[in-house]
Design a protein around this ligand. Structure first.
Ligand code: BGC
Length: 446
């Protein structure tokens, strides 16, 4: 009987260092909701200027994601993480030192570029540093860090809300930046990237450190199949056996945003106020609770993802998200206190179902289904579509509430969850426990 490969503490360490990028992603996207009030006051910002400051980060992120894949395929995964960290540093420094609207805008744009790149580079790095049996849990450490970053941002802005020191709120990000800077010197380039650039010897050395392998196995073979594309060429994305994972990756990435998660993450206090909790403090407190649920349930997902598999989590999660949104919609039809509490419960359930499914699984799937030679670029494009749809959903949310009303808006997201459910059932393959090579041979089947 063969021994199952397991991850070593070395691959766990490397995954955790990379996943600090997830904290920066979560923190920088969420901190603005707490900061906005104070910078608007200090610099006398108009509504349009405020909207620009919020949305510029998303524009930066979608541009960053688009180019991130090229950088990762050409220069390596680790250098990409370094480069991103420099961008984060410049972005956060510009924000903490901002003397007016334009500097704020630049700071948000540069941080956005970094977030876009990091959102694809971290899952990519970890996926290539993990043995197949634990890839789900290790890659999902990134999602856990994103949720932690979001929660820390809620807590930091809550803590500073009396004093209004917004420069410190932005500047808090220097802590994870410093930690990752040190950590990056201690972790290697991924074996897959080294193999795709003909550095087989170094790759084998690293492979032997990151997994306890099956006896007598040729480690390098795990990563490479002969007919994989390796040239840096756009057309490879449309090869017959690449087209299908390309389409599925984009589908999963887009459904992750258009099922409405960031209406809740970005606008939670406003939703709670719509549901009848008018005091700002109560709404903020409920928002912190949401952040805690998001973190805790992501831990459950880490435990389940390599046991149950990706498909059951996606299917169960999408069903639960859809049902919670239908209930949430109904709560807006009544003004009673019971309806307000049901709304909070429905939102918590919605976040919990997201945290156990689309949250971690979307990033995981797009990090594992592509062939090695184009993995970075394909993942960059899937991530780009995630940020484009995220931008679109965030931009239209308040308008939709005006046009369709709150119930109609949430029922629309519920309908999209059902479409996502059909998409998963029909197209998304199970990748639990499979090596990259096995996943590739799956696509080649007629
Ligand atoms: C998504 C983000 C979202 C976060 C919430 C991530 O996986 O990509 O858009 O804000 O999860 O936990």
């Amino acid at each position: 009987m063969h021994k199952k490969s397991k991850f070593t503490s070395y691959s766990l360490f490397a995954s955790c260092v990379a996943a600090i990028g997830g904290i920066l992603f979560g923190y920088n996207t969420s901190v603005i909701s707490g900061v906005l009030l104070f910078i608007s006051h200090d610099f006398g910002l108009s509504t349009i200027e405020q909207e620009l400051i919020v949305s510029t980060l998303l524009i930066g992120a979608l541009i960053g994601a688009f180019f991130g894949g090229f950088i990762a395929d050409s220069f390596g995964r680790k250098k990409t993480l370094f480069f991103t960290l420099v961008l984060f540093f410049i972005g956060v420094l510009t924000l903490t030192e901002a003397s007016g609207f334009h500097m704020l805008l630049w700071g948000r744009f540069i941080s956005g570029l970094a977030i876009g790149i990091v959102s694809m580079a971290v899952p990519l790095y970890i996926a290539e540093m993990s043995p197949p049996e634990n890839r789900g849990a290790l890659v999902s450490i990134n999602q856990l860090c994103i949720t932690l970053g979001i929660l820390i941002a809620y807590l930091v802005t809550y803590g500073y809300s009396e004093s209004g020191q917004w420069r410190d709120m932005f500047g808090f990000a220097f802590i994870p930046i410093g930690l990752q800077f040190v950590g990056l010197f201690l972790i290697p380039e991924t074996p897959s990237w080294l193999i795709s650039h003909d550095k087989k010897e170094r790759a084998e050395k690293i492979l032997s450190k990151i997994r306890i392998s099956h006896e007598g196995e040729d480690l390098a073979k795990i990563e490479r199949s002969e007919d994989e594309p390796t040239k840096k060429n756009w057309r490879e994305l449309f090869n017959p056996h690449v087209r299908m994972p390309f389409f599925i990756g984009i589908g999963v990435a887009v459904f992750q945003s258009i099922t409405g998660i960031n209406t809740v993450i970005y606008y939670a206090p406003q939703i709670f106020q719509l549901a009848g909790f008018e005091a700002a403090k109560t709404a903020l407190f409920a928002t912190v609770l949401l952040g805690i649920v998001n973190v805790l349930i992501t831990i459950v997902a880490l435990w389940l993802i390599d046991r149950l598999g990706r498909r059951p989590l996606l299917i169960g999660g999408l069903l639960g998200m859809g049902t919670s949104l239908v209930v949430l919609g109904f709560t807006f039809l009544s003004k009673s206190e019971a309806a307000g509490f049901t709304a909070v419960g429905a939102l918590m359930a919605y976040i919990a179902f997201f945290a156990v499914s689309l949250g971690p699984v979307a990033w995981l799937i797009i990090s594992e289904i592509y062939p090695l030679g184009i993995r970075g670029r394909a993942m960059g494009i899937a991530t780009f579509t995630n940020w484009v749809s995220n931008y679109f959903v965030s931009l239209t949310f308040l308008t939709l509430i005006g046009v369709l009303g709150s119930p109609g808006t949430f029922w629309l997201y519920a309908f999209i969850c059902i479409c996502g459910l059909f998409f998963v059932i029909r197209f998304v393959p199970e990748t639990k426990g499979k090596t990259f090579e096995q996943i590739q041979s799956f696509w080649k089947k007629p």
